[in-house]
Design a protein around this ligand. Structure first.
Ligand code: FE
Ligand code: FE
Ligand code: ZN
Length: 274
């Protein structure tokens, strides 16, 4: 059975979020660790977490994906902003131990004209300062569309980050279909070639999650604007093929399409019944 869910709001707590997931036919979900455009996190409510864990167990949820705030930049030119990224992610990982065995995804960062190599080095240094051998969370680098000075615009940059991380077993990749398509990888007509390239450069064993999104822009546009499944340039057929591919079908899929709950429910149904 396909493991699929969507990004859901945690504004009303973990338990309410889990109930919403069940309501839309999901068996996993993604949530922000805190306000995506801020860095404040509310204190954890252990009863709320316990209720959520029970929902996940009863409904046989796959691995959950926690997404770091967008504004963090581990390779900012400003050391204060780099510290903020490090401290926030370290705190997120400590909180993730209340939900052991799950995934934590972040956007590698933007090197803001310092050059990709300098950015890669700073991102790896940050990871080396926060990853712990005893943690139960796998940290994922998200594949990026390559807008502006984003690091992680191709498989080589992501591989270079992992190469410089000491605790490689704690590291993985989250492949965003909109981002790689916008980044110039032809997942519509040459999916097997793209996966072969991923395997050669990063290793498919590092691939732990898929963000399943259509794109408002053509392949190679470097834009990063998500579209509803079947309403963009990638199209439903190619996205369904991704969920059914023998190398990918066991992975968890997370929708980040522009939808409310009912829209997510429809897309999950479409993808399950395809
Ligand atoms: Fe993301
Ligand atoms: Fe994404
Ligand atoms: Zn995106």
């Amino acid at each position: 059975m396909l493991t699929i869910g969507s990004h859901l709001s945690i504004a009303k707590g973990f338990t309410a979020m889990g109930e919403n997931a069940v309501k839309i036919g999901a068996n996993t979900l993604q949530f922000f660790s805190r306000n995506p455009r801020g860095t404040k996190a509310r204190p954890l409510d252990e009863k709320d977490i316990a209720g959520f864990r029970q929902i996940c167990e009863e409904n046989h949820f796959g691995r959950l994906l926690c997404h770091a705030p967008y504004i963090l930049n581990a390779c900012s030119a400003d050391p204060g902003l780099r510290d903020l990224a490090r401290d926030t992610m370290a705190d997120d990982l400590a909180r993730m131990e209340y939900l052991p065995g799950n995934l934590y995804n972040f956007h590698p960062g933007s090197h803001v004209k310092q050059g990709a190599d300098a950015g890669i080095k700073m991102i790896a240094e940050m990871l080396n300062s926060i990853l712990k051998p005893e943690q139960h969370t796998t940290v994922l680098l998200e594949t990026m569309a390559g807008k502006g000075t984003e690091v992680g615009r191709n498989f080589e940059e992501l591989a270079a980050i992992i190469e410089q991380v000491d605790l490689k077993d704690k590291m993985g990749i989250c492949l965003d279909t909109c981002h790689v398509h916008d980044g110039g990888y032809d997942i519509i007509y040459h999916l097997d070639d793209v996966l072969e390239e991923f395997d050669r450069i990063i290793g498919l064993k590092r691939l732990k999650a898929i963000h399943l999104n259509d794109s408002k822009n053509p392949c190679g546009s470097h834009k990063d604007r998500h579209e509803k499944i079947g309403e963009g340039y990638i199209g439903a057929e190619a996205l369904i093929r991704i969920t059914r591919h023998p190398l990918l079908c066991e992975l968890p899929f997370y929708l980040e399409t522009p939808n409310e709950l009912d829209g997510y429910a429809k897309e999950i149904k479409l993808l399950r019944n395809a």
